[in-house]
Ligand binder design. Structure first.
Ligand SMILES: C[S@@+](CC[C@H](N)C(=O)[O-])C[C@H]1O[C@@H](n2cnc3c(N)ncnc32)[C@H](O)[C@@H]1O
Length: 174
């Protein structure tokens, strides 16, 4: 996948330019860059990862390609409370499948959104885990998890074949 695939996976979930978003488990920034493009120069992004080296790579790439966006970096564990509130949206791309207590994480994260704010997930559409994706979140599981966490709507945004693991999907819940 390249940058345009990342943008296209998020595109229909980002319904307005500008706004304040977070990218949780952002890594070196594949989806931070996509989000920055979709939000446009007025968009603000809180980028969170527990890996400070990945965050430095993220900052370098995002600053170079989207210098007009306000981007804040935080080395933190998103399974613990973060000081975030009233967000317009959150992206969690390939980060939920590392969490054992996924329901609790999704409930916690939902609390950072304003009413009507959106949680976008990107995950592998597989049922069985492996060393790289220990706790997979296939789309059917995501629908159930989102409903249980209090989201009233979930929509499948896109799907891409994955050379690594069958298929990757994106979904929005609000
Ligand atoms: C597979 S990478 C995905 C990076 C990026 N979102 C993407 O899709 O390209 C997963 C990232 O989630 C981060 N991560 C996993 N669990 C985390 C946690 N509990 N708190 C913060 N970061 C976490 C890892 O450090 C890693 O950078």
């Amino acid at each position: 996948m390249d940058h345009s695939d990342h943008v296209n996976l998020l595109r229909n979930g980002v319904v307005a330019t500008g706004g304040v978003w977070a990218d949780l488990g952002a890594g070196s920034g594949a989806f931070t860059l996509a989000l920055a493009e979709l939000l446009g120069p007025g968009g603000e992004i809180h980028v969170v990862d527990r890996d400070s080296k990945a965050l430095r790579a993220n900052a370098e790439a995002t600053c170079r390609r989207f210098p007009a966006n306000a981007v804040h970096y935080r080395t933190a564990d998103f399974t613990e409370a973060l000081e975030l509130s009233q967000l317009d949206g959150i992206v969690m791309a390939n980060s939920l499948h590392f969490q054992l207590e996924q329901d609790a994480v999704v409930r916690l994260v939902r609390g950072y959104l304003r009413t009507g704010g959106r949680l976008l997930v990107v995950e592998y559409n597989i049922n069985r885990g492996n060393f790289a994706v220990p706790y997979p979140v296939p789309y059917a599981s995501w629908e159930r998890m989102a409903r249980a966490a209090g989201f009233s709507h979930t929509e499948l945004l896109g799907r891409r074949p994955s050379r690594f693991l069958k298929e990757i999907y994106s979904a929005a819940s609000w």
